[in-house]
Design a protein around this ligand. Structure first.
Ligand SMILES: [Zn+2]
Length: 374
């Protein structure tokens, strides 16, 4: 049967993805695992080497005859930039194809919805990328993650009450950076970082316990975006009828009870001071924490009854949480349901350094891998 150009492309793609997934292998292993003849493997590997995607990283021990070559993917054959924009700072990271952070820089600058601010952060991002020393053809792109909901095409923010950035467009920011960029909700990118680095993750709902509450879901290994790109907005699920006022204008949203600001409203203490007192078993603080966990457990109960998922807790409060807290949350959920939830897991996020910025870059890396075709 004649080998069509489509089959040749598919063979090459499979060759690249096999090496990527297994980190390293020999041509012989490739031939038997991918189901290609040795001459086809040779041709694909040679092309991938010429294009800079694959490299020879030494020799395996001989099992008789010539020592087989160790094939690896070149981690920085392509790089991606992820940027998180918060009210007080901008965090930029440059990642290779395995998600390793090549460089990271933070600009402390109060957010302002005006040109001078966008020009300033645009220059910061451009300088940061230039300092990486990679040519434009190696840069997969730039994703800006922020507190705002982006449209399905990642072109514009359709909701953004926290930073008052509704309507902000990727085009406006691209013009300031001098390179194209896309926009994403930072909870989504943080969830994506977790999913990328934990390929064994089952369907999960990610709860971002930052100053402001955030959420996103990973379904079938992909970020759930829904019909309009809004994905999951658990922060505005109503927990208390007629409760505290939320920044969205409504009352009783989960945001006002389960985010770090929600905890602050209850204790009047900065987060760090609160947890220092809590761990000394201070009675008042223990009571407030128990009340906070009641609200969080109610939210998680609603999630578990809505979707058959595991839960991942991330964000600012994650670093203060102990296994005993997860145990208490589980018990509180269990007391609210007749269903067996022992097969659902509640874990803390794995990626704790700049998850939103890293996930923003990883979204581009995943797109590259999904569409790898040279
Ligand atoms: Zn709300």
């Amino acid at each position: 049967m004649a080998v069509t150009p489509e089959i040749r492309k598919l063979n090459k793609r499979n060759t690249y993805l096999y090496i990527y997934k297994h980190k390293e292998c020999s041509k012989q292993e490739l031939a038997s695992s991918v189901g290609q003849s040795l001459p086809t493997v040779n041709q694909n590997v040679n092309e991938l080497q010429d294009e800079g995607f694959v490299r020879i990283a030494g020799l395996y021990e001989s099992t008789g005859g010539r020592k087989p070559m160790v094939l690896q993917c070149t981690p920085d054959a392509r790089v991606a930039a992820g940027v998180q924009i918060l009210s007080g700072q901008v965090t930029a990271v440059l990642l290779d194809l395995y998600g390793t952070v090549l460089s990271c820089e933070i600009l402390r600058e109060p957010y302002k919805n005006e040109d001078a601010y966008f020009q300033k952060i645009g220059k910061f991002i451009a300088d940061f990328i230039n300092a990486g020393g990679y040519s434009d053809d190696k840069l997969l792109g730039i994703t800006l993650a922020t507190q705002g909901v982006a449209d399905y095409a990642h072109k514009k923010l359709v909701y953004g009450r926290i930073l008052d950035n509704k309507g902000l467009s990727a085009d406006r920011l691209s013009a300031c950076i001098g390179r194209p960029c896309i926009l994403m909700h930072d909870s989504e990118t943080a969830a994506f970082a977790e999913s990328f680095h934990r390929p064994d993750l089952r369907d999960s709902s990610y709860i971002f316990l930052n100053d402001y509450l955030g959420s996103a879901s990973i379904i079938n290994g992909s970020l759930y975006r829904g019909n309009h790109g809004r994905g999951q907005l658990l922060e505005h699920v109503k927990l208390v009828q007629g409760g505290r006022k939320c920044y969205c204008g409504q009352y009783g949203c989960a945001e006002s009870y389960c985010g770090a600001y929600g905890l602050h409203k209850m204790s009047g203490l900065p987060t760090d001071a609160f947890f220092r007192l809590l761990r000394t078993r201070d009675e008042r603080t223990l009571k407030i924490w128990d009340e906070y966990l009641d609200y969080l457990a109610l939210l998680l109960h609603n999630v578990l009854m809505t979707m058959d998922v595991d839960i991942i807790l991330g964000g600012l409060l994650r670093k203060y949480m102990l296994p005993e807290d997860l145990q208490i949350i589980t018990e509180k959920i269990r007391s609210q349901t007749d269903f067996d939830i022992s097969d659902r897991t509640i874990t803390l996020e794995y990626i704790t350094d700049y998850p939103a910025a890293r996930g923003a870059a990883l979204y581009l890396v995943q797109h590259f891998l999904d569409n790898f075709e040279i």
